[in-house]
Design a protein around this ligand. Sequence first.
Ligand code: ATP
Length: 345
Amino acid sequence: MADHHFDGIRIRNLYKIFGPNAASHVEAVRNGLSKTELNAQFGHVLGLKDINIEMPSGCIQVIMGLSGSGKSTLIRHINRLIDPTAGEVLVNGVDVVKMNEMELREFRRHQTAMVFQKFALLPHRNVLDNTLYGLEVQGVERAKAVDTAMRWIERVGLKGFESKYPNQLSGGMQQRVGLARALSNDAPVLLMDEAYSALDPLIRMDMQTVLLDLQKEIKKTVVFITHDLDEALRLGDQIAILRDGEVIQQGTSQDIVLRPADAYIANFVKEVNRGRVIHVEAVMAPVAPDHPVNGATLLAGSSIEDAIKVLAHGDAKDLIVVNPAGMPLGVVDLKTLASAAVTNN
Ligand SMILES: Nc1ncnc2c1ncn2[C@@H]1O[C@H](COP(=O)(O)OP(=O)(O)OP(=O)(O)O)[C@@H](O)[C@H]1O
């Protein structure tokens, strides 16, 4: 069947079953055999079931789920560190599953870069030589590789640390090296597998900010795995939530916080800082015809918390939410904002 071209990563009807006769069980799983049943009756493990996700290029796609939900299995299909039992993994229209060995090697080297939780730095190479490692493997000449690597070292905030060795750096700094190395490859797809999960909370927030700032410029197709909902909501343009190998909800942070698909997700969402996540559009009221036209404004996409800060520290009674062109979309006042920040509606 011909597939219309999709810029980005498109995963279709992907199944992964672990065990010696995996392929022979796909049909049964398709027809409803559960992970527990598959394991009890046939001794096979259901890793992924009928995954369908479209990750547009230039966006951060978060895959979130608890331990064992299938996150690592899923991300490893994208550069085919794992072969699927059934399904397609299309990257910019090309099915990774169908690539031969040489195509796959080229694809991994030039189309994808990976950032790991454990940094995976080479201990006997300094920051510069760790950063340019991928370029070296690609056969890029030294002067050019140094040039590129130095640019990214500076960009991730490590200027001056080029000749330090990994054991002389904190975890956060090592993760910056991992990021600089991945970015030096200039691959359009960036795969981040629990990249920040080993970092202290404050460092982790810093690294999230680094990624968000960089992404405005680099516009990579980022696949970011995490088991942390706050991280998912902060980073994800799109979020897919996995449980027992199945996607149970996908959408934006707004979709997930405002409309959790089931009790399981609602339970996670309960702990979220709503003021920081929910956008003003979700709670604004229509602008009354007699509303002063030159009132205080706030850009759509701002959080409830941002709006509360403006109102709490200024004289305005309410704020008109406007689109980037300045067109009024609605209005918010302090009471509406405060109640949305604390209640589960
Ligand atoms: N090589 C394998 N053989 C058998 N089962 C496997 C294999 N790899 C993963 N699994 C199983 O597949 C399921 C998904 O595992 P996966 O590692 O992808 O989850 P995860 O969400 O990444 O968890 P974690 O956060 O703990 O890494 C689990 O039930 C796991 O036990």
